[in-house]
Design a protein around this ligand. Sequence first.
Ligand SMILES: [Mg+2]
Length: 94
Amino acid sequence: MIDPEYILRTSKQYGLEKQMIKTMEEAGELIQALAKYWFKNASLEKVVQEIVDVELLLIQLKTSLEIPEELYQRILTANIKRFKERVDSGTKNW
Ligand SMILES: [Mg+2]
């Protein structure tokens, strides 16, 4: 578990613009790692490293963008519901 105070300090230290740019960069690295993993040119550990990089930045961004927890949970719940409906219907399409 990450200390919320630490996340807040990080957000203030780097600022929103740098965090957004870094998030795009890390998302690109995750895409690359997944593609390489798919073609057997990357290890699972590399994929996990990139997932963690992106996750940490998403946590920071949620703080920096001051996303209300209620909004986040409402969208998360709706998306999970939609996903569950697709899975339960047996479709193989996203
Ligand atoms: Mg990375």
